[in-house]
Ligand binder design. Structure first.
Ligand code: NAP
Ligand code: MG
Length: 492
């Protein structure tokens, strides 16, 4: 890929493409080469206000918020179909902007299509209830959309994590304003452009780009914002929760992780090694639920680490657009620095680097942000690389002797997003799954999720859940109506 995509990527507000109030644009880069990829509009607080105003007007004046969930479902199914028919184009754009392999981007886009179809199926199933109460009364509840919902997305699954919140909010009849990460806004903007063709009224799906501190906070602080869905770092998530608390609006927070993978001595080591490698080197390790801490029984420690190291060393790095590439670059030079810094600190704190441990500095990959799949064995539990989320392809390894010790090590973290365990023993699988402090647990499986299964974290990993059968209702408010049915006594 050389040169810039010709058409600039402007905001989508009120069904129109607009470069924003000040007309500013900035380049986004291709992380495989750090060459300029496209020019993207950059917004400010006034653009955030404008998007919120347009969304509020559309919410109040279009048919979208009406009781006709079936009509919304039709538009959403159309939107999913449009995306599916252009899946290859979207996958390529995601890969060019974010770096992941085309295979990964295709998987992400297919997940987005399924998510929209799934919530479309729920759009006409949002209903209240009648409640028996004493006396001559009828009591019932209504489920109403919230109004304008704000969605702030990170860069690691740019479109997938944006649509995961936007789609159910739309299905419930809200108007959405989406702010993708500044590093990776292209697919979100391209997605916003599809709304009109799908028959979604102008102003119901808006996309605005700009820094989180200005545009992101501007959106959440706006009086019209009725809920915020945020996926990103804990630091920013807690800041958003503070703003939401001041405004008494709900916040769904999907934050980071440092997820344990516990391997018992009876596990199928070959399968486990493949699952572990996928769970930490997939997406170049830039996954909130990466299985980044391997907690392995001492009797199989060496054998398992050897297997994972073999996979790590054999992984072919290269631009995501090339069919042979098995792992793409990290998203930016800053992020590469951060990941490399963690590995250096692990080394100096006594960890043994048994695979990877360096960036690729041979041409032509040296131009991009490539970092080798890395394993740090026997890292002391207090090491920075063991405690903090690295968000890169770096696995730290600890041996254990007893099940209690494994559970204690697994839970010894501020996070609680995901945990995996590998064993053939049914009783071990189910009893340990209960003891792990994580919102999602997988047994004999690398991380896997579906639109119909809840996704969310415990402890420092977040608040609330996304996906699952309740997800559309989560974007509604409940109103109780009581009607007095007593007939007045006739006057004599
Ligand atoms: P980030 O720095 O928190 O940014 C996430 C989003 O928030 C971006 O759109 C960013 O905009 C915006 N933002 C930044 N500061 C803001 C503020 N003060 N107010 C409002 N919005 C603000 O996170 P990241 O570096 O993009 O992503 C990595 C993190 O996301 C990791 O911790 C990872 O674990 C987490 N994550 C969690 C999940 C999950 O489902 N639990 C999934 C994926 C990622 P700009 O970047 O444009 O400034
Ligand atoms: Mg950030």
């Amino acid at each position: 890929m050389s040169g810039t995509l010709e058409r600039p990527f402007d905001f989508v507000i009120g069904g129109a493409e607009t470069p924003g109030a000040r007309g500013e644009r900035a380049p986004v880069k291709n992380p495989a080469s750090n060459a300029e990829l496209a020019q993207v509009a950059v917004g400010h607080a006034d653009d955030a206000r404008h998007a919120m105003e347009v969304a509020q007007t559309a919410f109040e004046s279009s048919w979208w918020a009406s009781d006709d969930g079936g009509r919304r479902a039709k538009a959403l199914v159309k939107l999913a179909g449009l995306l599916e028919s252009r899946l290859e184009e979207f996958a390529r754009l995601e890969t060019l902007n974010m770096g992941k392999t085309l295979k990964e981007s295709r998987g992400d886009m297919a997940f987005v299509v399924r998510t929209i179809e799934y919530v479309a199926g729920l759009a006409d199933k949002v209903q209240g209830e009648t409640i028996s109460v004493p006396g001559a009364r009828l009591d019932y509840t209504l489920r109403e959309p919230l109004g304008v919902t704000v969605h702030i997305a990170p860069w690691n699954y740019p479109l997938l994590l944006a649509v995961r919140g936007v789609a159910p909010a739309l299905a419930a009849g809200n108007a959405a304003v989406l702010k993708p990460a500044s590093l990776t806004p292209l697919t979100a903007i391209a997605f916003g452009r599809l709304a009109k063709e799908a028959g979604i009224p102008d102003g119901i799906l808006n996309v605005v780009v700009g820094s989180g501190s200005e545009v992101g906070e501007g959106l959440v602080s706006d009086v019209r914002c009725r809920s915020v869905t945020f996926t990103g770092s804990g630091e920013v998530g807690r800041r958003i929760a503070e703003i939401a608390a001041r405004r008494t609006i709900p916040a769904t927070l999907e934050l980071g992780g440092k997820s344990p993978v516990v391997v018992f001595p009876d596990a199928d080591l070959d399968r486990a090694a493949r699952g572990i490698a996928f769970g930490i080197f997939g997406n170049a390790g830039q996954m909130c639920w990466a299985g980044s801490r391997l907690i392995v029984h001492a009797s199989v420690h060496r054998a398992l680490v050897e297997r994972v190291a073999k996979i790590a060393t054999a992984t072919r790095l290269g631009p995501g657009t090339e069919a042979e590439s098995e792992m793409g670059p990290l998203v930016s030079p800053d992020h590469l620095q951060k990941v490399a810094g963690y590995v250096e600190s692990a080394r100096s704190e006594g960890g043994k680097v048994v695979a990877g441990g360096s960036r690729v500095d041979e041409a032509p990959l040296a131009e991009g942000n490539f970092y080798r799949p890395t394993i740090v064995d026997d890292a002391p539990p207090a090491a920075k690389a063991v405690r903090e989320e690295i968000f890169g392809p770096v696995l730290v390894v600890h041996p254990f002797e007893t099940t209690d010790e494994a559970v204690r090590l697994a839970n010894a973290t501020d996070f609680g997003l995901f945990a995996a365990l590998w064993t053939k023993e049914l009783s071990t699988a189910h009893s340990v799954a209960r003891r792990l402090e994580a919102g999602m647990v997988s047994v004999n499986e690398a991380p896997v999720t579906f639109p119909q299964t809840p996704f969310g974290g415990f402890k420092g990993s977040g608040l609330g859940f996304e996906q699952g059968a309740d997800v559309v209702r989560a974007y509604t408010r409940r109103k109780n109506v009581v009607v007095n049915l007593s007939v007045p006594k006739p006057k004599t």
